[in-house]
Design a protein around this ligand. Structure first.
Ligand code: PEP
Length: 267
């Protein structure tokens, strides 16, 4: 049984420094006297607010970035380096989020470079993969996701591979309120496990957490997380409400340890 994770992706929010203060203070208040056990909870704010989050994030909530550049330093206007993230105690970064693939035209090759750069700086990549609705309509979802996984893990050693979290985020489910059925999520979890097992063998593949992301809400956790035996969730819009993020983290952390997760595990 892997550790569980809840990632709150704030996307392009909050809108100002004062809204950021408000978010952090509500998060602190909501957490007061509560425990979140059995789950690592990570918040990924926009890079301009990372420093403030780094200073003021409540204990037990970890900091992540939404993206990172692959070069260490140099003339790369607008980019943020792995060293900058490390300096701000960012332990995680999203890589290959569908909104970056769509609006930033990020390619699988660039995603791979970013993954390796983050690992090099001891920052855990949260690798986002998922099919488009057209690919699903054509029955190509497994091929598409396997390919994204294989290219992102290219040249990553088995030891380093275990530091990566994979978030299965069907692109048609992000920001849309559409969610796949549990069986479809489990099927894609198995596809991801198989792609990883082909690269590293089943024992290493077992250790790589696979999360679900795409219109996650507390009321949907059975369907998108527990029934398909995912290792956690990547939450977008709902994470803008601190009480919802905490509610989701508490539920994911409290969910019973399962004997069987539908995947053949190896020691
Ligand atoms: C996301 O940002 O990765 C995401 C899944 O967004 P939402 O939950 O809003 O669909």
């Amino acid at each position: 049984m892997n550790k569980r994770y809840v990632i709150g992706n704030l996307k392009m929010n909050p809108n100002s420094v004062s809204e950021t203060e408000q978010y952090l203070s509500t998060l602190r208040k909501e957490l007061f006297g509560k425990r979140i056990d059995g789950v690592e909870t990570v918040v990924t704010p926009p890079s301009v607010y990372l420093e403030r989050f780094s200073r003021e994030l409540p204990e037990h909530i970890l900091l992540g970035a939404q993206d990172v550049f692959w070069e260490k330093e140099g003339s790369f206007t607008g980019q943020v380096s792995t060293a900058m993230l490390r300096d701000l105690h960012c332990g995680f970064t999203l890589i290959g989020h569908s909104e970056r693939r769509t609006y930033g035209h990020e390619t699988d090759m660039e995603v791979g470079w970013k993954v390796r750069a983050a690992l090099h700086e001891n920052i855990r990549p949260i690798l986002c993969v998922g099919e488009t609705s057209e690919e699903r309509d054509r029955g190509e979802e497994a091929d598409s996701v396997s390919k994204q996984v294989t290219l992102a893990f290219h040249e990553v050693s088995p030891l380093m591979a275990e530091r990566i979290l994979v978030a299965y985020e069907p692109r048609w489910a992000i920001g849309t309120d559409a969610t796949p059925e549990s069986e479809d999520i489990l099927e894609m979890r198995i596809v991801i496990h198989r792609a990883l097992a082909e690269l590293y063998g089943p024992a290493v593949a077992d250790k790589i957490p696979v999360l679900y992301g795409g219109s996650v809400k507390a009321a949907l956790l059975d369907r998108v997380c527990f029934e398909p035996r995912m290792d956690g969730v990547l939450v977008g819009r709902e994470s803008l409400y601190p009480h919802e993020l905490i509610r989701i983290a508490q539920s994911v952390g409290a969910y019973g340890v399962s004997e069987s997760d539908g995947i053949e595990h190896h020691s």
